[in-house]
Design a protein around this ligand. Structure first.
Ligand code: MSP
Length: 523
């Protein structure tokens, strides 16, 4: 079983392009694993508690429950628009999650992993955490990233995180795929080296924050939002679930076969996932082979700058989907970033990549394969005779493309997989220009050759449609209809071999699948 989760999004504002990217990437990786023939489960959701939510709701004069319900709907509507198909929905206000958090807290307390103490210090309201001197900048100040910093003294509950950091270090050193890509693991190990572990404050006094999950053993406190949110990965996977909860079988999802993958952004590796979560799981009794793999993606920036409300440069995915279409948006977000690295979001590149690789190159190939078959061979495809050198080179290019595509996708590198498909499409168009089916059509003696050339083009379209399906799930339907091969949509990678199109097959009616985006601006 391939079990993939994403970060759960804060419901203190509208979804932006960063949220959309992560969910599309998760959707694509899950669809790819199904294409491989594997069983897959994709869990995503929303992080609804915490001080930020409480404060924003207060500012807007609504109660937090109403506030998060409205924002949650913006996320779910967007995921529907973008064709994101998740199997499980993790909302932290769900009663099943609350009871899971409380059960875990009680077990940790029984195992002597929690204690109460008083602490006085600097507290960042924005980041909802106490700060230490290590958090000061070169001039000895707490920088603007911490927002308002206040001095407070309060009693709280702590998790004995420091008891687990030696284990964490050796687990990370011994496990190649604990963090992907590898350079992020180095960052995590460096962070552990610099900061070898203080215990984690896991509660907030109700006097200050009421919008959270109450500690089961001390009703004056609610659970710290990160401790609550991280547990979503197990609570919604059915960990210690009550019978009749309609949650998945935890054994099947988490423990059998492959270790789960948590897809997260680079900002929440240290300390939340890389330190807190792995140590929490260790304290809960998870063995090394049950630890999730952390797949860490980079950020979409705007002209090299972080996207932020204060800079007013937030990119709205809903607007982009309306302007350019879902296919163009999904394609761009997968095509123009290397998983793990940052990229610059640039709408003119979105238009350029879509127009060049889909509307022009693939569109041209489809047009040649389908329109010419309709016009020159009465809509019927024939396999033709002995392949020429050019035919064999095209078949070889397709085999290489499929291999490169699978290797890249197995490596979570969707951009490289799309590039491989694009290479084959360019090869096919070069083949068409050399074979000139429009010239062959002029002489009836060349008809067998003409049929064979068109077959090579159409067969390539069929393969590319299958390979593109995880990224462009709706496009395959259009292409399968035009090829009159509805079974394409249910093929697995293992079914991909030369000859998907039977001899003397009659195709459907051609229609453009990737209409060109026309903008007024210079592309
Ligand atoms: N609620 C926490 C996660 C809890 S997981 C138990 C959170 N939420 S978030 O809404 O701020 O971010 C959700 C995800 O979006 C994170 O993985 C984050 O890295 C990602 N992104 C936020 N901005 C982004 C970009 N500009 N680009 C790409 N992804 C970005 O953190």
């Amino acid at each position: 079983m391939f079990f993939l989760t994403t970060a759960i999004d804060y419901t203190n504002g509208s979804p932006h392009i960063g949220h959309a990217y992560e969910k599309i990437l998760a959707d694509v990786l899950t669809r790819y694993r199904r294409l491989r023939g594997d069983e897959a489960y994709f869990l995503t959701g929303v992080d609804q508690h915490g001080q930020k939510v409480q404060q924003t709701a207060e500012k807007e004069g609504v109660d937090p429950a109403t506030f998060v319900a409205e924002i949650t709907e913006r996320f779910t509507r967007l995921w529907e628009t973008l064709g994101i198909e998740y199997d499980g929905w993790a909302a932290t206000t769900d009663e099943r999650h609350k009871s899971s958090v409380q059960t875990i807290l009680s077990s940790l307390k029984a195992a002597n992993q929690l204690y109460k103490k008083s602490h006085s210090g600097h507290y960042s309201v924005r980041q909802e955490q106490f700060l230490s001197d290590r958090d000061r900048n070169e001039s000895g100040e707490f920088g603007p990233e911490w927002g308002e910093v206040v001095v407070i003294e309060e009693e709280n509950w702590y998790f004995k995180l420091s008891e687990h950091t030696d284990w964490l270090k050796s687990y990370l050193e011994q496990t190649d795929d604990a963090v992907i890509p590898a350079f992020r693991k180095t960052e995590l190990l460096n962070a552990l080296e610099r900061n070898p572990g203080t215990d984690l404050c896991i509660s907030r006094p109700k006097a200050r924050l009421h919008w959270g999950i109450e500690l089961p053993f001390d009703s004056d406190f609610v659970t710290y939002v990160w401790f609550d949110a991280l547990i979503n990965y197990v609570s919604f996977a059915g960990y210690q679930a009550a019978p009749g909860s309609e949650l998945p079988d935890f054994q099947k999802l988490w423990t059998a076969n492959e270790r789960p993958i948590h897809l997260i952004g680079k900002d929440i590796l240290v300390p939340a996932h890389g330190i807190y979560w792995l140590c929490m799981l260790h304290a809960m009794g998870f063995a090394d082979h049950e630890m999730p793999r952390l797949l860490v993606h980079g950020w979409w920036n705007i002209r090299g700058e972080k996207m932020s409300k204060s800079l007013g440069n937030i990119v709205d995915p809903k607007q982009l989907a309306e302007n350019f279409g879902v296919n163009a948006l999904r394609y761009y977000l997968m095509r123009d970033i290397v998983t793990g690295k940052d990229a610059d979001f640039d709408p003119s590149r979105l238009v350029m990549l879509y127009n060049t690789e889909l509307a022009n190159e693939l569109g041209n190939l489809c047009n040649r394969a389908l329109n010419m078959t309709q016009r020159f061979t009465a809509g019927v495809l024939h396999r033709g005779g002995i392949p020429t050198e050019d035919d064999l080179a095209l078949q070889k290019s397709l085999i290489e493309t499929t291999g490169d595509y699978c290797r890249a996708m197995d490596d979570f590198n969707v951009a490289a997989a799309l590039e491989a498909i694009s290479r084959h499409v360019v090869h096919c168009n070069g083949y068409a220009e050399r074979m000139k089916p429009w010239e062959l059509n002029k002489n009836p003696e060349n008809h067998a050759r003409l049929a064979s050339v068109l077959y090579h083009l159409a067969e390539s379209v069929a393969h590319c449609a299958v390979l593109l399906a995880p990224v462009l799930p709706t496009a395959i339907e259009g292409l399968a209809t035009q090829l009159n091969l509805p079974q394409l949509a249910s093929l697995h990678l293992g079914d991909l071999r030369w000859g998907l199109i039977p001899d003397s097959h009659e195709i459907g009616k051609p229609a453009p699948v990737f209409p060109r985006i026309v903008t007024t601006e210079k592309e």
